[in-house]
Ligand binder design. Structure first.
Ligand code: DCP
Ligand code: MG
Length: 366
């Protein structure tokens, strides 16, 4: 047949659906990436995340090491892992990490909402090994977020189904509508990319009335509280400065008004029932929900940024910077050559400015 097209080093030039034919390899790479993350070896961590992302975009599973020769972003270590898995079905380095007590413990601790790698490391170093140890330790001061992470641990650590995400989107949509009939709203994150399950529900909305978006978000929170479904709320006021250039840091949080919530979802709201028989009997479950409310003229940038995947976003920014001398983030796009901001009303406008073929959300699962 015809020679396979060259695979781009940039995720934003690869169409990546949720069908991953190389999950045995990408799962192995994710374990190593996470281990490097725990050890603050950011370069190696990113290298394995990139390698995993490349394999996710392939139309079929790898069946020989030769097939990796034409692929970008695969280093010697990654290729060795692939070779081992092809030959033995598993890789020594990955098995070693999986059976490592430190890795297992840090993974467990960071599975609690509000606990990052630094806190997990601190607890590990003081000899703690289980969640019960932490709850029993009188010397540990949990912050509000962590207290709620433990309180709702069972519910939050269970995946959110698409049906549950849809039910919450409907509830938030109705709440927004009741406040502002002129509103834009979308379910973003993994569900917008077509995923069946997620760890949270990400929703973006705004009002067509520029400058009123922060008030809208505050009114929505007040309404959720009145409806009796607000279990936890971490509100972050806008720090958006429209004169600032897009940030150079990939991972920096954007400056829009947003909130990180835990909401109560009733079984009766979900057509297919809750994603757990136990919760279904109880009649409700807790779900992590993120809401973001950007100014309407930045809606397209925020929507693109919050749709992900993280790897897709990283490479959009890297592509803009390296290939186009442009700076992109969740707030805007700046052309360094023309020394001006480029406006966009839709995601397509942003791809056009970057000279990239448009990718549908379901093709952004890099
Ligand atoms: N995002 C962002 N800045 C952050 C956090 C997230 O721009 N500080 C964006 C990129 C993510 C999207 O928001 O793709 C949603 O974040 P999630 O962590 O919820 O990622 P997903 O929705 O893709 O995964 P999951 O299915 O696990 O929820
Ligand atoms: Mg999400």
């Amino acid at each position: 047949g015809a020679p396979a097209a060259e695979v781009s080093q940039y995720a934003c030039q690869r169409r990546t659906t949720t069908d991953n034919y190389n999950v045995v390899f990408t799962d192995a790479f994710e374990v190593l990436a996470e281990c490097y993350e725990f050890n603050q070896m950011d370069g190696r961590c990113l290298a394995f995340r990139r390698a995993a992302s490349v394999l996710k975009s392939l139309p079929r599973g790898l069946s020989s090491l030769e097939e990796t020769h034409s692929l970008p972003c695969l280093g010697g270590h990654a290729k060795a892992i692939i070779g081992e898995i092809l030959q033995h079905g598993r890789a020594f380095d990955v098995e070693k990490v999986l059976s490592d007590e430190r890795y297992q413990t840090l993974k467990l601790f960071t599975s609690v909402y509000g606990v990052g790698p630094k806190t997990a490391e601190k607890w590990y170093r003081s000899g703690l090994r289980s969640l019960d140890h932490i709850l029993a330790d009188q010397s540990i001061q949990l912050n509000h977020m962590q207290q709620n992470g433990f309180l709702h641990y069972g519910d939050i650590s269970r995946a959110v189904s698409k049906a549950e995400a849809r039910a919450l989107t409907k509830a938030i949509g109705e709440t927004v509508q009741a406040i502002t009939p002129d509103a834009l709203l979308a379910l973003t994150g993994g569900f917008r990319r077509g995923k069946e399950f997620g760890h949270d529900v990400d929703i973006i909305f705004t009002t067509l009335e520029l400058g009123m978006e922060e008030n809208l978000l505050l009114a929505v929170i007040k309404s959720l509280e009145k409806q009796g479904i607000l279990l936890y709320c971490d509100y972050q006021a806008s720090t958006f400065d429209l004169t600032k250039l897009p940030t150079h840091s990939f991972e920096a949080m954007d400056h829009f008004a947003k909130c990180f919530l835990i909401l109560r979802l009733e079984a009766s709201q979900v057509e297919e029932g809750l994603n757990s028989p136990v919760e279904d009997i109880r009649g409700w479950r807790a779900v992590r929900v993120d809401l973001v409310s950007p100014p309407v003229d930045r809606y397209a940038f925020a929507l693109l940024g919050w749709t992900g995947s993280r790897q897709f976003e990283r490479d959009l920014r890297r592509f803009a910077r390296k290939e186009r001398r442009m700076l992109l983030d969740n707030h805007g796009l700046y052309d360094k050559t023309k020394e001006e901001f480029l406006a966009a009303g839709t995601e397509k406008d942003i791809f056009d400015h970057l000279g990239l073929e448009y990718m549908e959300p379901w093709q952004r699962n890099a």
